[in-house]
Design a protein around this ligand. Structure first.
Ligand code: PLP
Length: 401
């Protein structure tokens, strides 16, 4: 462990296990390290009563300022925002209808989504849609969707169409957002964009989205929260779901105030300084692995154009002595565990993302990489059963005490 890191005392004091996150923003690891502005804001508001509508109306102003949207509000999470906006597109501003959900009598209830967009961010996107009572209509096939297929799905029972921007969706063969919006708008269907993990707060609305959702606890490094931004009528329709299915997704004053602070800080954030710190970590890791036989390390920009790079470490198991999966698994067994991006590990690589790392952790990761590849070269790394590992990830939800 590294003395420079301010984190370790915290873990010892509270009996929690430290972990080094070189994966990105992960719900299972606590999403992100909140920035001081957000921490201070959440603490400041906690002892006070406030008029929650007044607070949300202030949040709306901040959201308007950063996104260019007509209006916005803060939800419990982006996933909650997705359910609430779908529900809003079903009920409009009719409170009685909001109270009747998930019964769909008398409301539009169909929600088309491109098949390649049906991803899993810890839960399935379909479920965030269908728990409103809506039915998800799958458009096209996983690797190809054509305009006429979307157009054919848009009938009078369609409440809204959902478009997902994420590294979890299929990266090719999908209808681009602008075109998706044109087709939907021609049929008078609003478009909801799930951009939970995207840094660009303006582009999706500019491309025609009627509503867009962001996470407050991912790149913004705020408290657990979601941001709903878009057309005033639809934002309000989503907001009235607080009287219905949104009640179990209640957002607290601390999350609203905290994410407002995170949004304001986002404007001031020194992105260049952050990127150059991240670049240092990437080149340190590149140097740590590049001389091992069978390893090809390259720096890659983010696939959805977020301003961040990752180190892709491709491993030829026949030469390196172990697969990328074995390296990822070995790092997860390090003390403290090092969690890498391994969701595409069957393709022969892991990725290292410096954006969520705490200070002082980059050298720990470099040393662990060196050790793992040395063990691989010496034939001392065993191959994990990938399918078993993934299934085990689910069992941890049941087997805890
Ligand atoms: C993370 C993520 C979500 C969920 O965001 P939360 O704010 O944690 O609910 C939804 N969609 C996508 C594409 C995501 O990446």
């Amino acid at each position: 462990m590294n003395d420079q890191s301010p984190d370790w005392d915290f873990y010892t004091k509270h009996g929690l296990s430290p972990v080094i996150n070189v994966n990105g923003t992960m719900t299972g690891l606590g999403a992100s390290r909140a920035i001081p502005e957000a921490v201070a804001a959440t603490a400041e508001i906690m002892p006070h009563f406030v008029d929650m509508h007044e607070l949300q109306s202030q949040a709306s102003k901040v959201i308007q300022d950063l996104t260019g949207a007509e209006a916005g509000f803060v939800s419990a999470s982006a996933a909650a925002g997705l359910s609430m906006t779908i529900a809003g597109c079903m009920t409009g501003l009719d409170v009685a209808r909001a109270e009747q959900l998930p019964s769909i009598s008398g409301v539009k209830y169909l929600v088309p989504v491109q098949m390649g967009h049906l991803c899993h961010y810890g839960a399935a996107i379909q479920q965030a849609i269908t728990l409103t009572g809506a039915t998800c209509v799958i458009v096209g096939q996983s690797t190809q969707v054509l305009d006429h297929q979307l157009a054919a799905a848009l009938n009078e029972n369609v409440a809204a169409a959902v478009y997902v921007v994420s590294h979890h969706v299929v990266e090719f063969g999908q209808i681009p957002l602008r075109r998706f919006c044109e087709i939907c708008h021609a049929a008078d269907v609003p478009v909801i964009v799930d951009a939970a993990s995207e840094y660009d707060l303006r582009r999706f609305l500019e491309d025609g989205a009627d509503l867009v959702l962001y996470s407050g606890h991912k790149f913004l490094s705020g408290p657990t929260s979601g941001i709903v931004a878009g057309r005033t009528d639809l934002v309000k329709a989503a907001y009235i779901q607080n009287l219905g299915i949104g009640r179990g997704m209640k957002v607290g004053k601390e999350s609203i105030f905290g994410v407002m602070a995170a949004l304001n800080a986002w404007k001031m954030r020194d992105h260049d300084a952050i990127r150059s710190r991240e670049a240092e970590a990437l080149s340190m890791w590149l140097r740590a692995v590049q001389n091992f036989d069978g390893v090809t390390a390259t720096i890659h920009p983010d696939v959805t154009h977020n301003p961040l790079d990752r180190l892709k470490v491709a491993v030829d198991p026949k030469i390196a002595g172990a697969s990328a999966a074995a390296i990822g698994w070995a790092l997860s067994q390090h003390t403290p565990p090092i969690i890498v991006r391994d969701h595409e590990v069957e393709l022969g690589y892991i990725q290292l993302d410096p954006c969520s790392m705490a200070p002082g952790q980059a050298p720990v990761v470099a040393k662990a990489l060196d050790e793992a590849f040395k063990r691989a070269a010496a034939g001392r790394l065993s191959e994990p059963d990938l399918n078993e590992l993934r299934n085990q990830g689910i069992r941890t939800y049941v087997e805890w005490s």
